[in-house]
Design a protein around this ligand. Sequence first.
Ligand code: B12
Ligand code: SF4
Ligand code: SF4
Length: 323
Amino acid sequence: MAVESLTELDLDRRTALAKAWGLAEGFDLVGVAPPGPFPEMERFAEWLAHGYQGTMQYMVRHRRRREAPERALRGIRSVLVATLGYDTPSPHTAEAQEAGRGWISRYAWGRDYHELMEPMLDRWVARLEAAAPGHRFMRYVDHGPVLEKVFGRYAGLGWVGKHTNLIHPRRGSYFFLATILSDLEFAPDAPMLDHCGSCTACLDACPTAAFPAPYVLDARRCISYLTIETKAPIPDELAPLMGDHLFGCDVCQDVCPWNRKPEPPDRPEFRPTEGALAPALEELLALDDAGFDARFAGTPVARAGRERLQESARRVARTQRGE
Ligand code: B12
Ligand code: SF4
Ligand code: SF4
């Protein structure tokens, strides 16, 4: 089959084709953002100045590339942004709390999204490269020096809510993001307007008061950071506030009205694997390495490791005993 040449097409046709290839790989939505700069990139410096990144040193190390995408890719003209939904009909945090059990956050119930999305992106990029020789396409999921949510917003895929996640009016916020930075120009989509209005549900519900202001997260207080990201000990004043959460947290998204009736893609890959939904603490504490692998290999929980999860299980057990 002849490879279509993207560079010979007009901007709109080229953009439509590049987007169609992303959708053909299985992404739910694809948009195009201009390379910036955007006001959010300036706010990133403020965020770092407060120390909200805690021990996530990579946020500081790569700050210049996050603030100025031209440093991530010289001659950058466009950013293709794609979403992949991970919501399933399974219960939300508050609907399933039970003594003796802990809670793993939604995104970590099924397959590790990095492993799923990277090959999808590789195939998409291979197609783009073959159709635009000499142009560059740098693809990222999560780990890259890219403010993914900001590009998502300017690619028309949602707005960054007060809880700081990207929300799509019909898809809610339970989706992952991927980006492809390119020096080939595509037609940008219009950024989406903020629909949070006067709502403050997420800010009010956060168990650890991790939002110093709407749209601003102090990661050092976020349960997701405390259970997944940092290796630093959990501060004594925060541990009792962390409830049943073993790995990650969804409270601010669970209470968001935009997640009440989203169009769930319900991908089998993201449905809870056996033992992922509200696991019994005793069972987790009894796992050896082989048992941990049998239960969590290939899921995001595997990244944190057995000891980390068991440390969380001991903390949840202490909280449930009222200690
Ligand atoms: C570091 C990080 C974290 C940190 C910090 C979270 C955060 N809010 O940034 C921690 C470990 C806490 C975390 C947690 C989670 N994460 Co995370 N994380 C990232 C990562 C790697 C970088 C994000 C980043 O750059 N943060 C820097 C800060 C500065 O960004 P920000 O909070 O959006 O801050 C902006 C606002 O504060 C704004 N701002 C400042 N002042 C003001 C004032 C006003 C008025 C306005 C409008 C804006 C504004 O400017 C800032 C800069 O743009 C991205 C992947 C990526 N490369 O982008 C995934 C990512 C954001 N995470 C993701 C997910 C799924 C999660 C969790 C849901 C996982 C879980 N279940 O536990 C939680 C959600 C917690 C939450 N409420 O945000 C997804 C989000 C998808 C989506 N729909 O938005 C991403 C995009 C990964 C992916 N590829 O899918 N994460
Ligand atoms: S993920 Fe949990 S701890 Fe983090 S900001 Fe949201 S509600 Fe708060
Ligand atoms: S809970 Fe309300 S304020 Fe928070 S992100 Fe959702 S709509 Fe916005």
